[in-house]
Design a protein around this ligand. Structure first.
Ligand SMILES: NC(=O)c1ccc[n+]([C@@H]2O[C@H](COP(=O)([O-])OP(=O)(O)OC[C@H]3O[C@@H](n4cnc5c(N)ncnc54)[C@H](OP(=O)(O)O)[C@@H]3O)[C@@H](O)[C@H]2O)c1
Length: 221
């Protein structure tokens, strides 16, 4: 497939690029610093914090699917998931490219957003420990990050694109196992962590799973 990968120099993004090349895909990789990309990709330079319609049009034109692991490197960059994803979705709409897979986060199903002002209090996949002990603490600490991701999910829901949102819990740098668990429309029960490599694996796998279109997918090791 012809794939365009955003945030290609990030943790998950790097695994996406490596796994996509290994699987024989034709990869266009978008990054702020394309010098950090492997030689096997077509590199496009773009900073998604600023409007770059020409670069984004070049990046997505002719793609069969687009994958994004965009997220903030620091608190100063909170807001980039929604801002950047809005730009990616707009470029895809203009180019007639429909399939988009992005990374969100496990707690986002319970975070209010303009489109969903009264979300469920608990994710149906979360058990007692996550509901009552971990989730309230994590959600309070990362409120602004999750608000940005919830807005990103709103943008996708309104986009008309064939999107899939992957919602991982805490990410780790462990080696990918390929033996992760998934759950459609909810988090994975007792799923506290997942490796970045396995998140990338799932993002590529859902491209062959049309039943994941317009769905959120929980994942955990
Ligand atoms: N950490 C966790 O435990 C956790 C848990 C659940 C969900 N998540 C979500 O998963 C996301 C991905 O995780 P990760 O570990 O792969 O993150 P990461 O390594 O920090 O990668 C973030 C990527 O976004 C890119 N980016 C940021 N601002 C950009 C901009 N203005 N223009 C273009 N690219 C920009 C970065 O580009 P550069 O390479 O140029 O910096 C980087 O490639 C996180 O951002 C978070 O939203 C994280």
């Amino acid at each position: 497939m012809k794939l365009t990968i955003f945030a290609a120099t990030g943790g998950i993004g790097g695994h996406l690029v490596g796994q996509a090349i290994a699987a024989g895909h034709d990869v266009t990789a978008v990054a702020r610093n394309p010098a950090a990309l492997p030689a096997a990709v077509r590199a496009v330079k773009a900073d998604l914090a600023t409007a770059q319609p020409a670069a984004l049009a070049t990046a997505v034109s002719g793609a069969d699917a687009v994958l994004s692991a965009l997220g903030p490197r620091s608190r100063a960059e909170y807001g980039i998931a929604s801002t950047g994803t809005r730009a990616i979705a707009g470029a895809m709409q203009a180019a007639g490219v429909r399939r988009l897979v992005v990374v969100s986060a496990a707690p986002v199903g319970t975070v209010a957003s303009p489109r969903r002002p009264r979300p469920p209090k608990h994710d149906p996949g979360d058990g007692f420990v996550m509901r009552h002990l971990l989730s309230p603490v994590i959600t309070a600490a990362l409120r602004d990050l999750y608000a940005d991701l919830a807005l990103m999910e709103d943008i996708l829901a309104d986009s008309g694109l064939d999107w899939t949102v992957v919602r991982p819990p805490r990410l780790t740098g462990r080696a990918g196992t390929g033996a992760y668990r998934t759950a459609c429309g909810r988090n994975v029960r007792r799923g506290l962590t997942v490796s970045r490599s396995d998140v990338a694996h799932l993002m590529l796998a859902v491209l062959a799973q049309p039943e994941t279109i317009r769905k959120t997918i929980g994942i955990a090791n």
